[in-house]
Design a binder for this molecule. Sequence first.
Ligand SMILES: CC(C)(COP(=O)(O)OP(=O)(O)OC[C@H]1O[C@@H](n2cnc3c(N)ncnc32)[C@H](O)[C@@H]1OP(=O)(O)O)[C@@H](O)C(=O)NCCC(=O)NCCS
Length: 144
Amino acid sequence: MIKIRTMTLDDYDKVIDLMRQTPGISLRDADSREATMRYLQRNPGMSFVAEAESGLCGCVMCGHDGRRGYLQHLLVLPQFRRQGIGDALVRRCLASLEEQGVHKCHLDVLKTNESAARHWHNRGWQLRRDIDRYSFTRPGNENA
Ligand SMILES: CC(C)(COP(=O)(O)OP(=O)(O)OC[C@H]1O[C@@H](n2cnc3c(N)ncnc32)[C@H](O)[C@@H]1OP(=O)(O)O)[C@@H](O)C(=O)NCCC(=O)NCCS
C-alpha cells in the first residue's frame, strides 16, 4: 500500500538519494538542504513523497510565485512505476496550487528526457514552442 504525504525537511536525505538514483533529474546547488528548507517554508504543504513499506519510492516538489505554479523533480523509482503513483503525486500538487488560486503550472524537462516529454504530452501538458527560457546566473555560481 502506497501512501502519499506532504514532504518535510526530515525527508531531505532520502529524497536527494532518490534523485541521485534517477537519470533525467538534474541536481544543482539549489537542491541543498538549506535551499530546500527555504523552498518548503515558502511553499508549505505543496511538495509530496510517496511512501511504500520499504521506504520512499517517489517524490515531487511544487511551489508558486503568487501567479504561476512550478513543478519540479517528479520521480518514481523504476520498480514502482506504472501504478499511477506519478499521477497521484502531480494531482496533489495541482490541487494544492488550485487551493492557492493558482490555475497554471510550469515545469522544465531536459531536452534529452524523451520519456518525460511523452509523459507530459500524454497528460495534456502543452510544450511551449512560443517562448524561450532565459536564465541569469551570478558569476561564480555556475552550479546554482
Ligand atoms: C515520469 C514518472 C515520474 C512517471 O511515474 P509513474 O508512477 O510511472 O506514473 P504513472 O503510473 O502515473 O503513469 C505512467 C504510465 O503508467 C500507466 N499506468 C498507471 N497505472 C497503471 C496500472 N495500474 N496498470 C498499467 N498501467 C498503468 C499510466 O497510464 C501511464 O501510461 P501513459 O504514460 O502511457 O499514459 C517516472 O517514469 C519517472 O520517475 N521517470 C524518471 C524521472 C523523470 O524523468 N521525471 C520527470 C522529470 S520532468
